[in-house]
Design a protein around this ligand. Structure first.
Ligand code: GLC
Length: 426
């Protein structure tokens, strides 16, 4: 974890000079002479993404490889931790590695990677038709008016709850906290999201703050706005729930997978996670909650809460030597057939809008309409080339507040200062 943090900071500092260069007009859309300008190259490529929890990717690649014997795709699987995935990509881009052709890009990395000139703009003969994709996924792939990453899997937070213990899911945070007595009576934890000190914590803290009516940064994407009663209320909701034991202490170590395992083991009444766990919790041999859970929108103050927009788009590395093949592979991943496969097999949230209204799919996957609402109302995390420093400020300070080592006021004021510094590039 320590090493990964250092790399992230280093990347943050390196960005400052990249942005300065861009401002000075020394770089056009990040084009440096080490990049491969040829967009017509064809041949074998590598596809890089985080852990394939649902065993979805290998069969898709096998299907592609059967049809493209001269342009085979090799899968490079990263870990399941968003910070480690980020650092791995940064290291390979910094090394100008032509071996990472197509990469999955978390929605929060687009600005950083595009500003550094690491991603091939999807324009000209590499243009991709995004007209059928959900709008937020296209926006998440666009930086300064240019599409750099193509929509693949989007993500919205969902409230998983135990249908054997709760009849009607809570609509508000207060209702959910009131239901915690049911968890106590059953000797299980009440609620948990992801609160380990990593990107998932930023997701959860941003959700709490947005749900309480606050924001992290202003419209310019960099001026911090954490000195408001709404932001305070948001962070306080989480801090108080930890204090009361309504969020169990262990949740301070939870990333997505640990939370999922706790929910599957029957140890949580409510769980905030992404759609991918729906399929695992329903099919895993070891899942004790099979047939005993459903999903609802995240609870809000007086109605639905705000999810953070998550998801991964896919992009062509600026250093790839086989960009024409890379873009064909991206088009294949975006095809209706593969998008359908991703939702049916892995309960991934498709980027292709029409699938949410598909009657057949809705019959099979009853959470689809809840998911669509979650994504349509999802709030993007700050869009900035300096995102690594911004998220670090949120993670470190909110982690200290959740552990009771900083007051909510202190944590927010330290966050405010650190984000201001990050945004001014100093
Ligand atoms: C999921 C989301 C991604 C987010 C990450 C945090 O992978 O899709 O956007 O950053 O979780 O852990």
């Amino acid at each position: 974890m320590k090493a990964s943090r250092r790399t992230r900071l280093a990347a943050g500092f390196a960005l400052v000079s990249a942005a300065a260069l861009a401002l000075a007009g020394c770089s056009s859309g990040g084009g440096s002479n080490a990049q491969n300008q040829d967009t017509s190259g064809r041949g074998p490529i590598t596809y890089v993404q985080g852990k394939d929890n649902n065993n979805l990717i290998r069969p898709i690649i096998a299907e592609w490889n059967k049809a493209h014997p001269d342009e085979k795709v090799t899968f490079k699987e990263q870990s399941d931790n968003a910070d480690q995935q980020h650092d791995d990509l940064v290291q390979h881009f910094q090394a100008k590695d032509s071996g990472y052709d197509v990469v999955a890009v978390d929605v929060i990395w687009t600005a950083e990677f595009a500003a550094k000139g690491w991603l091939q703009p999807l324009t000209g003969d590499l243009k991709i038709d995004t007209s059928k994709m959900l709008k937020p996924t296209v926006e998440a792939g666009t930086y300064n008016g240019t599409l750099y990453t193509a929509p693949w899997v989007t993500d919205g937070g969902l409230l998983y709850y135990r249908t054997d213990l709760i009849k009607t899911p809570p609509k508000t945070w207060d209702e959910m906290m009131a239901d915690c007595k049911i968890a106590k009576a059953n000797n299980i934890g009440c609620y948990a999201g992801q609160y380990a000190d990593y990107e998932g914590l930023t997701v959860n803290v941003a959700e709490a703050i947005n749900t309480a009516g606050g924001t992290i940064v202003g419209k310019d994407g960099k001026t911090p706005t954490l000195d408001t009663p709404e932001a305070k209320k948001g962070l306080e909701m989480l801090v108080d729930a930890f204090k009361d034991g309504d969020i169990p202490k262990e949740a301070l170590t939870y990333q997505e997978e640990q939370g999922r395992q706790a929910f599957e083991a029957g140890q949580l009444l409510f769980h905030r996670n992404w759609p991918y766990i729906y399929s695992l919790a329903s099919t895993d041999g070891s899942s004790k909650v099979k047939g005993k859970f459903a999903v609802a929108p995240l609870p809000g103050l007086d109605g639905t809460g705000a999810s953070s927009l998550g998801g991964h788009n896919i992009a062509v590395s600026a250093y790839s030597k086989h960009k024409a093949t890379a873009v064909d592979f991206i088009k294949f991943m975006e095809s209706e057939k593969i998008q359908r496969e991703a939702v049916v097999k892995a309960s991934n949230a498709p980027a292709l809008a029409s699938l949410y209204d598909d009657p057949e799919l809705n019959k099979q996957l009853p959470y689809l309409s809840t998911l669509k609402t979650s994504i349509e109302n999802a709030v993007p995390r700050p869009v900035s080339p300096f995102y690594p420093a911004i998220t670090k400020a949120i993670e470190e300070n909110s982690f200290a507040a959740l552990k009771g080592e900083k007051t909510v006021d202190q944590a927010l004021s330290d966050m405010q200062k650190a984000i201001k510094t990050a945004g001014s590039g100093s």
